[in-house]
Write a new protein. Structure first.
Length: 395
């Protein structure tokens, strides 16, 4: 983690910085962990409201990012998306490390488009923390305030208070190599917050932690973010991090926003295969023909309980699917499809069967049921889903 107050917070470049100390902050000497791709410096006041208002356009030979991003002070927004979607590019553009090809970036009414990273009121926590290896936890945190003009004593007093808030007082004199992943992550967060940023950027902040530590740090981070009064933008691959930490999710695919909303809304109404997969739902797009019947483009029909017209999505969880080896007779489910097992994998304490055929879908069943049905790749099966267990909504 570091702060792209770059020079100001003086985080080290990843490949190993010159050794700064808390007195060594001289506007750029500290080094930026992710060198800016170039920009001139100016800050223009702009009469927009508080918070973040950004239209980020970055064009590269093989990639085009074009997203609009707004967030109110106190709001935590997660950028979620598959590899290569443009999340990091968006974060770097917000930090000033990647220049905008076009668009704008306003924070609390000030235009930052051309403000260099070290002059932006922005704090960044990177997934690999990027703490100065030769400075103690206290001096890592004190570096930001020191660069903002605090005396050495003041900077250290502020840093001590931040470490205390993070529950790290007893580690204040420890160098990063002697900190656990979770502790280093909290020092990194303290270092970003110690400069009182108006925009906090977190790049996969929990990715480097093992599962157990991740659980603890996730709940601590949630608490700190709840207390943070400015805008926080989080980049993650992990839907759980996004759901737990963010007030609002912005899903990016191929450089564009494909869906935006509260975690609950996105989990219930996924609009792309990527999101449906993330939240563990089977998702189809079709046309509601007579209210309760949705005709899928690929052929089959799904019966739902919702009364809709026009283009719709239909979703249902793998746990709603019941499998039979022989065609069921007198089954109450109105949705019945002839399928074949394409693959089987352990999914928690269940077996997940991937099915192809009249409809492609995932079905969850117990290991006992899988054994009784003698499921194996290539096995023919009948899949049923009750209409009441499907959920349809306008596309
Ligand atoms: N400095 C760069 N120069 C040229 N292309 C780049 C650069 N950085 C990223 N890209 C490309 O831009 C696209 C978006 O990358 P980006 O890292 O923003 O995606 P991401 O959503 O953060 O992905 P991941 O989750 O894998 O980190 C990718 O195609 C990537 O290869």
């Amino acid at each position: 983690m570091t702060n792209p107050h770059a020079a100001a917070d003086g985080a080290p470049p990843p490949q190993g910085p010159p050794a700064p100390d808390t007195d060594a902050c001289t506007g750029g000497a500290g080094g930026n962990p992710h060198p800016a791709e170039g920009r001139a410096a100016t800050t223009h006041p702009h009469p927009t409201t508080h918070g973040l208002h950004a239209h980020l356009v970055v064009t590269r030979p093989a990639f085009h990012l074009d997203i609009t991003l707004t967030a109110a002070p106190g709001e935590v927004v997660a950028l979620l998306g598959p590899n290569g979607a443009g999340k990091t590019t968006a974060l770097r553009a917000l930090a000033g490390l990647t220049p905008l090809t076009t668009g704008h970036l306003h924070l609390d009414g000030t235009e930052l488009d051309r403000t260099p990273p070290e002059s932006r009121p922005v704090g960044v926590v990177f997934q690999d923390y990027l703490l100065f290896p030769h400075l103690t936890a206290l001096d890592n945190v004190a570096f930001g305030p020191r660069c903002h003009g605090a005396t050495k004593t003041d900077a250290r007093t502020q840093a001590a208070a931040w470490l205390d808030r993070m529950g790290l007082t007893e580690h204040a004199g420890v160098k990063p190599r002697r900190l656990s992943g979770g502790q280093a992550q909290r020092v990194a967060l303290a270092r970003a917050l110690a400069t009182h940023p108006r925009l906090l950027l977190l790049d996969e902040p929990l990715a480097a932690l093992d599962a157990r530590t991740r659980l603890d740090v996730r709940s601590q981070l949630r608490r700190h973010l709840a207390e943070f009064e400015a805008v926080a933008v989080l980049v993650t691959h992990d839907p759980l991090d996004a759901m737990v930490l963010a007030d609002r999710l912005i899903v990016i695919e191929d450089g564009r926003v494909v869906q935006e909303g509260t975690p609950a809304d996105i989990a219930r109404h996924p609009r792309t295969d990527y999101i449906a997969h993330l939240v563990g739902l089977n998702l189809y797009r079709g046309r509601a023909a007579d209210g309760h019947t949705v005709e899928l483009a690929a052929g089959p029909v799904i019966t739902t309980t919702e009364d809709l017209a026009g283009d719709v999505f239909v979703a249902f969880p793998p746990s709603a699917v019941t499998l039979f080896r022989d065609r069921p007779t007198g089954a109450s489910a109105r949705n019945l499809w002839r399928c074949e097992v394409a693959g089987l994998e352990i999914h928690g304490d269940q077996i997940r069967a991937d099915l192809t055929g009249e409809l492609s879908l995932a079905a969850d069943l117990t290991t006992v049921a899988a054994a009784e049905l003698d499921l194996h790749p290539g096995a023919p099966v009948w899949a049923t889903v009750k209409a009441a267990q499907t959920h349809a909504y306008p596309a």
